[in-house]
Design a protein. Structure first.
Lengths: 176, 155
């Protein structure tokens, strides 16, 4: 992954703030629910980045992990599609993916590829936790956000185990 | 600047609500009491299991130690929030601490006990995420996700 020389991109950790559009914090969806639009856009941006990351990592990790990487990519694609639908229902155009992302370190082998995947999952966990924190007690939205946060936390742990990092777990996934 | 302004505006009612809390007679135990007790019991259970498995199954012992550390962190965060919401001495009549079950001398049984423990903690926390106010829901969401990640490692 190469940064676009004309349009240098922020790190995966920081790009979301730039993409968050100014606008109302909560918007009524067509179903009359109030959704935290800014937080959902942040989550969508994190999903776009994660999908991009899994496209990059696939070339570097051993084939023994291929199935799990595919499953991770599929999970993020499904989450992206569902999040876009939620935003459209709320009357807000979903943020598009960036043309490119800058990684915290060059991806040159399996270990650096897995570390990038951990970064993407950590970002996704934080974004979905933020959706929960900024949402009303809406079981549908919070349930989806909790599933997304949990999935990201579990995948991060699996990649840490694969890359040999310790500790494998963090006590508060998604907490800044 | 717009974002900061909006945040401050939104924080206003929450701060006011926080100030009025002590004046309102709390009814029943705080909903965070149960997950705090569970986190403390799980930490005790996992600590005991880490000790008894240390020689026979170092991998399980390491998993138990990691779980104990994370559950202790959960207990501390939940207790901090409980104290913030209701300052003063802990109310009488709160549920007694959950006694950790005796550590299973059979290590396969121990792994299964630990797995059931984290699943139960995940379910309890996930249920509370749906109803609690934003900050608390997010805290419990992190607890649930952490427990799920331990369950994945134990499976």
């Amino acid at each position: 992954m190469t940064p676009s020389p004309d349009h240098p991109r922020p790190d995966l950790e920081t790009y979301r703030g730039e993409r968050t559009p100014a606008g109302p914090e909560m918007s009524p969806s067509r179903a009359g629910r109030r959704v935290p639009v800014d937080a959902l856009q942040g989550a969508l941006a994190a999903e776009h980045a994660a999908i991009w990351v899994y496209g990059v990592t696939a070339a570097f990790v051993p084939s023994t992990l291929a199935e799990r990487l595919d499953a991770a990519a599929t999970a993020h694609q499904a989450r992206r599609d569902a999040t876009e639908r939620m935003l459209i229902d709320a009357g807000t155009p979903p943020v598009p993916p960036e043309p490119g992302y800058r990684t915290p370190e060059p991806v040159t082998d399996a270990a650096s590829a897995l570390r990038l995947a951990i970064t993407a999952e950590t970002d996704a966990a934080a974004a979905w936790r933020s959706v929960i924190e900024r949402s009303t007690a809406d079981p549908d939205l919070r349930g989806a956000a909790l599933d997304a946060l949990t999935g990201a936390a579990v995948r991060a742990v699996r990649w840490r185990a694969a890359v040999g990092g310790t500790p494998l777990t963090v006590p508060f996934p998604g907490m800044p | 600047m717009l974002t900061v302004g909006a945040t401050l505006f939104l924080a206003g009612p929450a701060v006011l609500a926080g100030c009025t809390l002590p004046a309102r007679a709390p009814e029943g135990p705080d909903p965070l009491e149960a997950p705090a007790l569970r986190a403390e019991a799980d930490a005790a259970l996992a600590t005991g299991m880490a000790r008894s498995a240390a020689h026979a199954d170092p991998v399980l012992a390491a998993a138990a130690r990691a779980l104990a550390a994370d559950r202790m962190a959960h207990a501390a965060a939940l207790r901090a929030e409980l104290r913030r919401a209701r300052p003063g001495p802990a109310p009488h009549g709160a549920s007694p601490p959950v006694a950790p079950p005796p550590v299973d001398p059979d290590l396969a049984g121990a792994r299964s006990t630990l797995t059931q423990t984290v699943h139960a903690a995940q379910d309890e926390a996930a249920g509370l995420v749906m109803t609690l106010p934003g900050y608390r829901a997010a805290l419990l969401a992190s607890v649930a996700a952490c427990c799920a990640s331990h369950a994945a490692l134990l499976s």
